[in-house]
Design a binder for this molecule. Structure first.
Ligand SMILES: C[S@@+](CC[C@H](N)C(=O)[O-])C[C@H]1O[C@@H](n2cnc3c(N)ncnc32)[C@H](O)[C@@H]1O
Length: 261
C-alpha cells in the first residue's frame, strides 16, 4: 500500500498544479498512517484547495471512503457558462486521476467567515487539518481558531508557508496561535515549508512517530526549540533537492522516488 502511495507522491502529484512537494507529502503520509495504526478517528480537512494537489494526496493516503472536508473560495477564473474555472479544473483533476471528490464535503466560500459547528456538523471532529488558504494575519488567525475548535483531541494542524519570507504574516499568525492558545498546542515538526502542531499531551506521541517513520528516514532530523517545545526540523539538503528536480525535469520522475529512500 505504502509503495502505491509513494508512486503517487513521486509521479502523479507533480501533474496537479499546486504546492505540496515530496518532503511534506511524506510527512502527511507518516502522520496519517500513524494515526490510522493507533485507531485515531476523525475526518481530514483542508483550507485552500487550489487545484487539489494536497486534496488528492489526502484522498490517496486515506482511501475513497475517508471523510475529507475541503474549503476554498474557488474564485480563480470563469468558465464560458459563468462557473468557476478553478472548481472545474479541480474536479477534472479528480476524473483524470480516477480519484473521488465528495462534493457534499466541499465548502465554497471564505473560510474566515465559518463557524466551527458548520464543519463539525458536516463531518464530525477532525484529526488532520491543513491550513493553506489566505496568507495574511487575519486569515491565519481565523483559520487556526476554526481548526482548533473543530480538531479532535489527538488531531494535528499543518500550517503551510511558515517561515517563508514571501508570506511573513503566516509565521506571525502561527506563532500567535501557539502563544495565545493557552499553551494548549505546540509544534512537533517543521519542514522547509510547513509547521505541524498538536495538543501538548500528544507531543511525545507525534515526536516518536516522526522519528521512527521509515518514509522520513532520508531526512536529517535536527532537534530545534520553538516556543516551549522540541521540534524535529526535517532538513532536506540542496544536493538532494537538485537531483530530484533534475530527474523530474528530464522525464525520470518514475525513478525520483529513489532519491528519497
Ligand atoms: C496556495 S493555494 C493552496 C494550495 C493547495 N493546498 C495545494 O496543495 O496546491 C491557496 C488557496 O487558498 C484559497 N483561499 C485564499 N483565501 C481564502 C479564504 N479566505 N477562504 C478560503 N480559501 C481561500 C485560494 O483560492 C487558493 O486556492
Amino acid at each position: 500500500m505504502t509503495s502505491t502511495i509513494r508512486k503517487f507522491i513521486f509521479h502523479d502529484l507533480q501533474t496537479i498544479e499546486g504546492y505540496i512537494d515530496p518532503p511534506d507529502a511524506l510527512v502527511f503520509l507518516s502522520l496519517l498512517q500513524g494515526q490510522q495504526e493507533r485507531s485515531f478517528t476523525g475526518a481530514l480537512a483542508e483550507i485552500g484547495v487550489f487545484y487539489g494537489r494536497s486534496y488528492f494526496l489526502l484522498r490517496k493516503i486515506s482511501g475513497d471512503d475517508a471523510p475529507i472536508l475541503a474549503i476554498d473560495l474557488f474564485n480563480i477564473g470563469q468558465t464560458v457558462d459563468g462557473g468557476s474555472a478553478q472548481y472545474s479544473r479541480f474536479l477534472e483533476n479528480g476524473r483524470r486521476l480516477g480519484m473521488r471528490v465528495d462534493e457534499e464535503m466541499i465548502i465554497r466560500g471564505d473560510s474566515t467567515l465559518l463557524e466551527p459547528a458548520r464543519l463539525t456538523d458536516k463531518i464530525g471532529k477532525i484529526r488532520f487539518f491543513s491550513i493553506d488558504g489566505g496568507h495574511m494575519l487575519r486569515h491565519v488567525a481565523a483559520d487556526s481558531r476554526l481548526a482548533m475548535e473543530a480538531l479532535a483531541d489527538h488531531g494535528v494542524i499543518a500550517f503551510d508557508d511558515t517561515f517563508n519570507p514571501a508570506w511573513p504574516e503566516v509565521t506571525v499568525g502561527m506563532a500567535d496561535f501557539l502563544r495565545t492558545g493557552g499553551g494548549a498546542f505546540c509544534a512537533f515538526c517543521m519542514t522547509k515549508y510547513k509547521t505541524y502542531v498538536c495538543r501538548r499531551e500528544f507531543h511525545a506521541f507525534y515526536t516518536s512517530l516522526i522519528a521512527d517513520s521509515a518514509d522520513l528516514a532520508a531526512f536529517d532530523h535536527v532537534e530545534t526549540e520553538f516556543l516551549g517545545s522540541k521540534v524535529a526540523r526535517l532538513h532536506n539538503p540542496i544536493s538532494r533537492r537538485m537531483l530530484y528536480e533534475l530527474m523530474v525535469r528530464s522525464g525520470m520522475s518514475a525513478f525520483s522516488e529513489r532519491v528519497y529512500r
